[in-house]
Design a protein around this ligand. Structure first.
Ligand code: PLP
Length: 356
């Protein structure tokens, strides 16, 4: 069984079949250490505090904010999609004074407007790859000019699919998710924290579960490992295996493969007269937002019927629009094990067949 539209890498499937070890078993802790090393390689960082949070990407978001935001802190958040909105909500729940910098959906954020939004923010937060719009927001300019602020980046959809360079770009806290370009099922949130952010981490944050100071005693090795929570063993096997596949392929090659598939999909969609929703130059290869071609929907079919037919007849799931784009956009992912030319060919052929 090779990688296909819905089959993860065989190495990842095999990982789930391994006997479950105890979470303090030395062999498991060795594998956890190696997983953290692999995460440092994909995040391109030397950060000691790099580990998978037990929870989905949103758990990574919550863990990132709750550990560094204090009541009354100014937190500047770039918003050009659903996940920037979510960051505002999470930061506000941590007691932050949230300073939003909006860009139109489909447009990238303007780094200078973010930098100018507050004279001394504690945190600047941006979604690197906005999955709701297919837009890339650049981080390097923010990192270079962030001053005393911590730069917090959502890398849920970017990690493994496009270049992510935490250390070169001055990102202080980043989180990701397993289910996007790493090609592993959902369930873990890789997180990485710079030494500068570790120094500024809160003592006893409001969340017990996401208290990174406590988690660090268990996950980052050295000395006695203290029980914090029972690690989801099989998910960590799977992440270890998935990262192994990415690193064996080579990060650059993985990025190129995503780019080739994204280019092919986007060029072919435009050649068919579809309109892409993200601005050219800021388009992500791994998620393509395309406007629903209302005039081409078969009579008596809604856009949701088209998506349902793709799933039922061809085994292809494409996403509907989120937030204000609900009913107006489709989002076609080409991520991780699914980023293959044959899958792009299949989705285009299936769309042709359904739309006629
Ligand atoms: N951030 C971004 C950019 C996402 O795309 C997602 C999920 O799609 C999340 C955060 C939340 O991740 P999860 O759904 O795994 O909790």
């Amino acid at each position: 069984m090779g990688p296909g539209p819905s089959n993860p890498y065989p190495e990842v499937i095999e990982a789930f079949t391994r006997p479950v070890m105890g979470h303090l078993d030395g062999a498991f802790l060795d594998l956890l250490d190696e997983t953290c090393d692999r995460l440092r390689a994909v995040f391109r960082t030397g950060n000691t505090l790099t580990f998978p949070v037990s929870g989905t990407g949103s758990a990574g978001m919550e863990a990132a904010f709750v550990n560094v935001v204090r009541t009354g802190d100014a937190v500047v958040v770039g918003v050009n999609g659903v996940f920037g909105e979510r960051m505002c909500d999470v930061a506000a729940r941590c007691g932050a004074e949230v300073v939003r910098v909006d860009a139109d959906w489909g447009e990238p954020l303007d780094p200078q407007r973010i930098l100018d939004a507050h004279p001394a923010p504690a945190v600047i937060a941006v979604v690197h790859a906005e999955t709701s719009t297919g837009v890339r927001n650049d981080l390097a300019e923010l990192g270079a000019a962030k001053g005393d602020a911590l730069l917090l980046a959502d890398c849920v959809t970017s990690l493994g699919g496009i270049d992510v360079r935490l250390d070169d770009w001055g990102v202080d806290i980043a989180y990701s998710g397993t289910q996007k370009c790493l090609g592993v099922p959902p369930g873990l949130a890789p997180v990485s924290v710079s030494p500068r952010a570790v120094e500024r981490m809160r003592c006893r944050p409001q969340s017990w579960y996401f208290d990174m100071g406590m988690i660090a005693d268990y996950v980052t090795g050295g000395g006695a490992r203290a029980y914090h929570h029972t690690a989801p063993i099989s998910m960590i096997y799977a992440l270890h295996a998935g990262l192994g596949v990415v690193l064996d392929e080579g990060l650059e090659e993985s990025h190129c493969r995503h780019q080739r598939c994204g280019d092919m999909l986007q060029d072919e969609l435009e050649a068919r007269g579809f309109s892409l929703a993200a601005r050219a130059g800021a388009r992500l290869p791994q998620i393509t937002a395309v406007r629903v071609p209302e005039s081409r929907l078969p009579p008596s079919m809604t856009e949701a019927d088209v998506r349902r037919t793709l799933l039922d007849h061809y085994g292809i799931e494409i996403g509907g629009g989120l937030g204000p784009w609900a009913g107006q956009c489709w989002r076609i992912g080409s991520m991780g094990h699914t980023a293959r030319r044959r899958n792009v060919t299949l989705v285009l052929a299936a769309l042709d067949a359904v739309l006629g």
